[in-house]
Design a protein around this ligand. Structure first.
Ligand code: GRG
Length: 260
């Protein structure tokens, strides 16, 4: 569990919780345990995604994958335990940081986002799509769930901890949906650019088995345009709130220009 948690990673999901709390003028430290919880769920998903029965990857975050170091059985169990521990952390939140009602809302948000109607559902759709060529709607369904739901969950957990009103909550949900898709589009763009750097010349956007990606469906320029559309829409949603959105705007730009 510790090996994979400490293997690095951008910590985007925890950062989102802290930035939302900052936007409400609340102490980001209130979000420390929920931030650890969501990073545990994310890390479990990466450990399981790398397993031989899924992507069968040897490297993650620049280090040997969990099952390569500890064996498949230990990797499955490390993922299971991280998933369970996340909910233990939320349930044990200090009553001064979250009321019993807020804790229940946090648990529900995380469970729904990570489960069959969220990340696991997206991963299942992704596996079922193997060997098929998807249209944009089908591709977005996968990404909205597989990657997007945990990003939305981070934003929602920050807002719930800050006792947000329902109108602001919905604006933040819109914001998070746009940055979720932007995050995935940038990931696809970085894959293409990485390949071009490796072979030293431009590659077609559907090289290898990378057919179901934004550049493959929209071309590289089309994907970049879509990315910028989602970034603009995310910022518009933020601008409609009465929050101090400076840090959230910075994170939004970071998602659009990140290089890994
Ligand atoms: C196995 C239940 C289950 C789910 C796996 C998220 C996921 C679902 C699989 C990861 C595979 C993948 C590359 C998905 C695309 C989304 C993405 C870029 C995930 C990696 O998240 P980052 O970039 O990772 O935040 P770091 O390492 O920075 O934390």
């Amino acid at each position: 569990m510790i090996y994979s948690l400490k293997a690095g990673g951008k910590r985007i999901r925890p950062l989102l919780i802290f930035a939302v709390l900052d936007a409400f003028g609340r102490d980001p430290k209130i979000g420390l345990k929920p931030a650890a919880a969501i990073e545990m769920i994310h890390t479990y998903s990466l450990i399981h995604d790398d397993l031989p029965s899924m992507d069968n990857d040897d490297l993650r975050r620049g280090k040997p994958t969990n099952h390569k170091v500890f064996g498949e059985a230990a990797a499955i169990l490390a993922g299971d335990a991280l998933l369970t521990y996340a909910f233990e952390l939320l349930a044990a939140l200090d009553p001064e940081k979250a009321s019993a009602e807020t804790k229940l809302l946090l648990v529900k948000e995380l469970a729904v986002s990570a489960g069959a109607e969220g990340m696991v559902g997206g991963q299942t759709a992704d596996i079922e799509a193997e060997g098929k060529v998807l249209n944009l709607t089908e591709l977005e369904y996968i990404h909205r769930n597989k990657t997007g739901k945990l990003l939305t969950c981070s934003v929602m957990m920050g807002a719930l901890l800050a006792d947000s009103d329902s109108e602001t909550l919905e604006l933040l949900r819109d914001f998070s949906r746009h940055i979720g898709l932007a995050f995935q589009i940038q990931d696809d763009i970085l894959d293409i650019i990485g390949m071009q750097d490796k072979i030293g010349k431009p590659v077609g956007s559907d090289v290898g088995n990378q057919k179901n990606t934004y550049p493959a469906l929209l071309t590289l320029d089309g994907a970049k345009e879509k990315l910028s559309e989602h970034i603009q829409l995310a910022k518009q949603s933020l601008a409609q709130t009465s929050l101090n959105i400076e840090m959230l705007l910075q994170l939004t730009d970071l998602i659009a220009v990140r290089d890994h």
